[in-house]
Design a protein around this ligand. Sequence first.
Ligand SMILES: C[S@@+](CC[C@H](N)C(=O)[O-])C[C@H]1O[C@@H](n2cnc3c(N)ncnc32)[C@H](O)[C@@H]1O
Ligand SMILES: [Zn+2]
Length: 415
Amino acid sequence: MVDMNFVSRTLWTGDNLDILRGMNSETVDLMYLDPPFNSNRTYSAPVGSRAAGAAFKDTWTLSDLDVAWMGLIADEEPAIANLLNTSSLTHGKGMQSYLTMMAVRLLEMRRVLKPTGSIYLHCDPTASHYLKILMDAIWGQGNFRNELVWHFPDNFQGNVKRFANNHNIIFFYAAAPFTFNHVRIPLDKPRKRGGRIWSKELGKVVPERGPDGKPVYRTYYDKKADDVWTIGQSSVTNPQSKERVGYPTQKPLALLERIIEASSNEGDMVLDPFCGCATACVAAENLGRQWVGIDLSEKAVELVNIRLADTMGSLFHNRLVTARTDIPRRTDIDSPKNYRKNKHVLYGQQEGRCGGCRTGFEFRHMEVDHIIPQARGGTDHVENLQLLCGHCNRIKGVRPQEYLAARLHEMGVAI
Ligand SMILES: C[S@@+](CC[C@H](N)C(=O)[O-])C[C@H]1O[C@@H](n2cnc3c(N)ncnc32)[C@H](O)[C@@H]1O
Ligand SMILES: [Zn+2]
């Protein structure tokens, strides 16, 4: 039995890093994420549209927090740390900062995805080349399945001195065994082709023959979808379209439905940690899947309610969707009754040094601290505990470890 500490049809408002950290491990079958692309823009919805008020930042600068994250990643994932450093040499600190933001979240997603699950990362050429390497490092290069090209020929860019940018990239990773249902799409015009059948004796596909021994011709109206998906954008950009809610960067339902159909079965759990106006959630609902969405913007909750009411008509009533802003508490790890009992173990592990400033202290001067604060979903488990000297513990307070590291860095303490 999967031990889930959240229910289907939950929309969380908040930073997905905090919320992912609070979700039990191996609880999700399919993840789709469409994060900001590092496009150096701030998106906002047109005034008067249903999504007015929604805005999110898509520019990144290397802050103290990133410096601290880099330190944490360097310890545990040296390949990723190298990639992050390289990106700053070729693309500058903005790219490094963006990829660091993504890396810490993808590592948490890896824990939450079931071993049989699939993940789809939606991005564009601004950062797709780095994101692919990051995904290889996190999910294993052998688990890479497809680079999907979402082509939207109905996007007009006016007089630009280059070819129009009319595609996005979606990376698909899954470790075997995973669910995969071939999706069939209509052909532009029907095609007549010699039939083919599977021959048991020969163990291969052979031309199909009629009773008279002559080849059989069949008319085909559809084919298996390949890795280039032409799906127009007008359903989400045309002001006349019923589907359009006016949320910046809204994606077509048809795109999400294809992903969900291919990589999940009815009843499976779908998570979109950057859900925007909750397109993935609505698509999952339409296809009978369970779903959870997370977004920083409160608009997501409002819009998904409107969208589901539109889709489900009289069957819908507001209480169907659980809106949460709290951070879930993991229930899949046993919490020792008294976490302070771990003080001796930690003192040994840390060889008597403070987890912040790294200075050696006597046992009695050390204090037990939650690395991820309890208020942010951190547990009493020994893996989330450390010893700090009184000074470092005072600086950190109930804030996360990155904060302490950033402050110590600021103060010139080598860590
Ligand atoms: C490209 S949009 C997603 C659009 C979505 N696919 C749709 O169809 O509406 C990216 C979203 O990520 C959200 N976001 C950015 N950083 C976030 C974070 N740390 N936690 C949760 N959401 C975040 C933004 O508010 C924005 O809605
Ligand atoms: Zn200290």
